[in-house]
Ligand binder design. Sequence first.
Ligand code: GAR
Length: 203
Amino acid sequence: MTDHPVRIGVLVSGGGTNLQALINSQKKGELKSGKIELVISNRSDAYALKRAEKAGIRAEIVSKKKLGSSEAFEDRIRSLLDENKIDIIVLAGFMAILSEDFTRAYPKRILNIHPSLIPSFCGKGYYGLHVHEAALEYGVKVTGATVHFVNEIPDGGEIIMQKAVAVHEGDTPEVLQKRVMRLAEWKILPAAVEKVCAEYASK
Ligand code: GAR
């Protein structure tokens, strides 16, 4: 058993609707085995930062451009995670690939949400709207979302949860993205984080 509540750090880059789903789940008492203690954004203009602020969560900006290298970028993130004693890291729309060094430091402690049913439409180059563009181009009739542990292979870690979503005739990437978020991502991300935190707490 850990001797403290599980501390969650969320890494974001954009709108932060998945971060919001985690905040809402925590407010409802569904996400209860861990607490969001820190949000880190690699972009200063991410709306996710406003969501963190509104919820009273400490938020930090870490810019690769400003720091000058990937090493300095990851070092800064690691220091913030250490300083804030973060146990579980959630990539919620975090659009930077983390190095093998980084992912090795947190085995089974980093989760990622990906907007497709892995192993379809995942890996390098598949992020955000591109994933839905690729799904529509291929012509799949079912897509969805996946929460998985992060290891050194992009989108290659162990799957924790998945949910399927139907593709409709005439869908645009934007329409499909919204449906996948609403029907899958915002549900399975909080559920998977709760599951992992509960397991972590009982260790
Ligand atoms: C989400 O659809 C998430 O699954 C995706 O980016 C979006 C972020 O939205 N992540 C990836 O593509 C990671 N490979 P949000 O900022 O509103 O949560």
